[in-house]
Design a protein around this ligand. Sequence first.
Ligand code: XUL
Ligand code: CO
Length: 432
Amino acid sequence: MSYFDGIAPVTFAGTDSTSDLAFRHYNPDEMLMGKRMEDHLRFACAWWHSFAWPGGDPFGGQTFDRPWFGDDMAAAKLKADNAFDLFAILGLPYFCWHDADIRPEGDSFAENTRNLAEMVDYIGQKMETSGMKCLWGTANLFTHRRFMSGAATNPDPDVFAWSAATVKTCMDATMNLGGENYVLWGGREGYETLLNTDLSREAQQAGAFLNKVVEYKYKIGFKGAILIEPKPQEPSKHQYDYDVATVYGFLKRFGLENEVQVNIEQGHAILAGHSFEHELAMAASLGIFGSIDMNRNDYQSGWDTDQFPDNPREAALAYYEVLRAGGFTTGGTNFDAKIRRQSLDPLDLVAAHVGGMDVCARGLKAAAAMLGDGVLEQARAARYAGWDTSDGHALLGQSLDEIHDLVVAADLRPEPRSGRQEILENVVSRYV
Ligand code: XUL
Ligand code: CO
């Protein structure tokens, strides 16, 4: 018996379909820029939102009633069985997990490790029979009360040690599941008040911690990417991994800019006061683009609402940056998104993913067409054409007084030119 019994596998039915449970745009085998749509998007389901989240909010507890809710191994296995049933219905190729999503919490570190290892075996067998793959694994270093003051940046070295040991077990588990990336979201790496916080120490701790992660990656021969997920607020008042540019500065400081990339989440970009495409373009320009957590925030609430994406234009602009960056290599599109607390039924969980996958597919198609037609890239190249001349090239290597003499000799009079923003925005509107 599956929780999802009675729901048939979702298939592509074309844009004329009015079914709630059909793909109108996501057609896995459709070729775009020489690659299958499924291989472009590399969709993943998030174990925490879809199977572990009880539907609570700050004003009320659990609303969902799932047969697998419980805190023992039998419940964890039932959860895994049903997770794989949902993956099959949706035709999702990947999943992502935290240790706390897939194993029950033990009474000790050793019990946590045993539980995790047993669940990794169980899930590994299900992956073999289903062909499912693991996009990434991660450690939950923020839910349990021991992490209330941070993990790597905790004032208590025992918590640093517990966290480092936990990451070791989670990297082992990710490797055993053939995971293609290992993610670190600094859940409580930040502070509530500067009055009790030593910023210098905490940065040193975080730098040492991440260096150990990279060292261990090489030690075990993990071939995937190590990814940091930036977020500016929530749960801490201030989170150290504020945004892509901040993370890059941190990586540079600790010599890790060629070792670690970023997992960029739509909602986190918005919380940081950026657009999603800004964060993607920034990561690409810094050479640290890795993967995405796809979702959307409510633009009125100012909070990380983790809703499924529903805005084709935003998706198009995001995938445009992904494609400009060369597309995903180890990364993919993880739905770090949850249904609303009133969405009680198995059908809601399926429909949420169908809608999200379809919006991403629609965005990807528009992005591929925009890139293929080249209108935006031609306009961009034309705007910077002066820098491609020999004078333009030379300028960056010249001193201030050399440049001064050039300007005087040529009687230079720069002429402002239109940035053509509205025309370019209209171009995008033609595609979405
Ligand atoms: C929290 C968040 C996490 C990370 C993984 O906002 O996005 O789910 O993606 O720890
Ligand atoms: Co996320």
